[in-house]
Design a protein around this ligand. Structure first.
Ligand code: GLP
Length: 239
């Protein structure tokens, strides 16, 4: 575990992107290609915008997607595939990409593609309720599936309303397709970017609580190559 406390979200994004790009280049140098999983949400804005400016041969990178609401059309402002297309995919020239389209019927094909080869790098955020992907507490730590349909809890839905993605909690879809905790931990390297004060409690619990599905992000502590980037605000309670 490697913890980096950065000045603010912009500084965090630059530093995390620098590490991510260096690792991608190392893997491309060794294997000729690299595979990456991307999370979304407000916490990833600065990292993704710094990453697309990094010196990486994106034509050798295949991208997978962490999670998406069930049934949400791509035209909706909260759609994570819209987010990734606008903020990442359209800005670079990827070898290939595979989005979670919000239809549970697509899970078997997505799983097949994901499991063709190892995933080198996961950029995995942490939500206000301590979730990774959409694995809200109590998260399923036992399933060996790659993606599952999950029910979203009120804390998760409230975060989405608070960030302005939906007008009220009733507008937030009740379910999502989420990469599982088991599958996330299979990424060879994980970089977690968590700026902002609203995440201070989640960061404290991630680092201090016992490993438990009630704080799903605690499981990241078991990963052999996990780097956490927090800023002075999200780090407030751990100082
Ligand atoms: C979000 C996204 C995930 C992300 C996590 C934390 O809702 N679906 O891909 O890793 O939850 O991100 P944020 O707190 O910025 O929304």
């Amino acid at each position: 575990m490697n913890i980096n406390i950065c000045k603010d979200a912009a500084d965090l994004g630059k530093k995390a992107a620098t590490q991510a790009a260096a690792y991608l280049n190392e893997v491309i140098g060794k294997n000729g290609y690299a595979r990456i999983v991307l999370s979304t949400g407000s916490s990833q804005f600065e990292t993704l915008s710094a990453l697309i400016e990094s010196d990486v041969d994106w034509s050798k990178v295949e991208m997978f997607h962490l999670d998406e609401y069930v049934g949400l059309p791509e035209s909706h402002i909260a759609s994570f595939r819209k987010y990734l297309k606008e903020r990442f995919i359209s800005k670079i020239n990827l070898l290939d990409y595979h989005l979670v389209d919000g239809n549970p019927d697509s899970i078997p094909e997505l799983t097949r593609l994901l499991r063709e080869k190892d995933v080198d790098l996961g950029l995995i955020g942490i939500g206000e309720n301590g979730h990774i992907a959409f694995n809200d507490p109590p998260a399923d730590f036992d399933t060996k599936e790659a993606y599952i349909v999950v029910n979203l809890d009120d804390a998760c839905k409230n975060q989405q309303v608070g960030e302005g993605w939906f007008p009220t909690i009733d507008d937030v879809p009740k379910q999502a397709i989420s990469m599982t905790v088991y599958q996330i931990l299979k990424c060879k390297k994980i970089i977690t970017c968590v700026p902002h004060e609203v995440k201070a409690k989640a960061i404290y619990a991630t680092l201090n609580n016992e490993i438990s599905n009630m704080v799903p992000a605690t499981m990241l502590r078991t990963h052999p190559d996990w780097s956490l980037y927090i800023d002075e605000n999200s780090a407030k309670l751990i100082k």
